[in-house]
Design a protein around this ligand. Structure first.
Ligand code: CAA
Length: 380
């Protein structure tokens, strides 16, 4: 067993760390306040290769392993979880889904633009009545020969307005239940495709989240991903990998808050000494560090499983479950270590605490992770 990262991994981690400090940190409070994320910054992430890290090089991707990806995700998330969720959705859900299950034409036409940041992707599964219960899709796609007619509403879609290409999951045959579900590539601007108002969120406010309406949208048959009826498996397989990315995001949020709390505790004085010299604070830091280290091991193991071609449903779900709880626990404690300063924006920890919560909700709530874990451990 070797816990050491390679030189290449360290280079990728350092490049992400550097980018986060120089490019993401300066405007992060303002982006959170205004709920916006400039297009130029998305472009910069694309230019540096953060948007298509694992995708095949022949379609503009970085051809990197999942370990590299989670290292980058952790670093970006320490500073700006809004940026990292855009990176995560584009990499793990959209690019990986297309690279793995798309056909040659789809990859040439769509993937090659998504890997470079020229276009941004979104993944559309959730509906007003199908969040956790993903088989209960109400969005329909009716087969009309050479095309489908898409109708329905999708909710809480990350990159809802900044996205260009949308992977939309829809029911094509209700009788067949989850075997009658398909996934389609839909382009922004197609007739009948409407973007709803931006959601006003607690956290990850820089990233845009919208509901989307599809009113008789004509989707060419060549935009269906995989064989007829493959859509639910497509969504599940894609989300399994996505959960590793979100686990890395949660890890980054926790690690970012911990580093801020540690630094603060070494500077802030109370009762005649730096507060880190009080056990009340030192023990909090010890707990944070231990929880984060455990989360990092789980994230790395899940990424390693994926890179080795092992099944990663269980390890990915455990990583997400634990890392997202760690993100909540650690950010709350980081605010506490900062005292009154923790409650004001310029110290960053209150934002990280708000950002942490979504990691227990999206790409499967903590309860969904427990379903995946318990089914896996009980099956044999
Ligand atoms: N890989 C491959 N196939 C899988 C799979 C996986 N990981 N998980 C399930 N399947 C298959 C099953 O094998 C089964 O197929 P067969 O009938 O051929 O055997 C089929 O899918 C149905 O499986 P289940 O009976 O287990 O389905 P279920 O209804 O009990 O649901 C669930 C399983 C795990 C609860 C699933 O519904 C789920 O993951 N729900 C959460 C959805 C989710 O994560 N939503 C997040 C939205 S995306 C998002 O948040 C993105 C963003 O913007 C950031």
């Amino acid at each position: 067993m070797d816990f050491k990262l390679t030189e290449e991994h360290l280079m990728i981690r350092d490049a992400a760390r550097d980018f986060a400090k120089t490019e993401l940190l300066p405007g992060v409070i303002e982006r959170d306040e205004k709920q916006e994320f400039p297009k130029e910054l998305i472009k910069k992430m694309g230019d540096l290769g953060f948007l298509g890290m694992m995708a095949s090089p022949e379609y503009g991707g970085g051809g990197m392993d999942t370990i590299s990806y989670v290292l980058a995700m952790e670093e970006l998330s320490k500073i700006d979880a809004s940026a990292s969720v855009m990176v995560s959705v584009n990499n793990s859900l959209v690019c990986w889904g297309l690279d793995t299950f798309g056909n040659e034409e789809q990859k040439k036409k769509y993937l090659s633009k998504l890997t470079t940041g020229e276009k941004l992707g979104a993944f559309c599964l959730s509906e007003p009545e199908a969040g956790s219960d993903a088989t209960s899709q109400r969005t329909t796609a009716i087969d009309k020969g050479d095309h489908y007619i898409l109708n329905g509403t999708k909710n809480w879609i990350t990159n809802g307005s900044s996205g260009d290409y949308f992977l939309v999951i829809a029911q094509t045959d209700k009788e067949k239940k989850h075997k009658g579900i398909n996934a389609f590539i839909v382009e922004k601007g197609w007739e009948g495709f409407e973007i709803g108002p931006k959601e006003q969120k607690l956290g990850i406010r820089g990233s845009d989240t919208h509901s989307l309406n599809f009113n008789d949208v004509k989707v060419p048959k060549e935009n269906r991903i995989g064989e007829d009826g493959f859509g639910f498996k497509f969504a599940m397989k894609t989300l399994s990998g996505g959960r590793i990315g979100i686990a890395a995001q949660a890890l980054g949020i926790a690690a970012g808050a911990y580093e801020l709390a540690k630094d603060y505790s070494k500077q802030r004085k109370a009762f005649g000494t730096e507060i880190c010299n009080h056990q009340a604070i030192a023990f909090k830091l010890a707990d944070m560090h231990t929880q984060i280290t455990a989360a990092r091991h789980l994230v790395m193991k899940a990424a390693w499983d994926k890179d080795q071609g092992e099944n990663y449903d269980l390890s990915g779900a455990m990583a997400k479950l634990h890392a997202s709880k760690t993100a909540m626990d650690v950010t709350i404690e980081a605010v506490q270590v900062h005292g009154g300063n923790g409650y004001v924006k310029e110290y960053h920890v209150e934002r990280l605490m708000r950002d942490a919560k979504i990691t227990q909700i999206y790409e499967g709530t903590s309860e969904i992770q427990k379903i995946v874990i318990s089914r896996s451990i009980l099956k044999d």
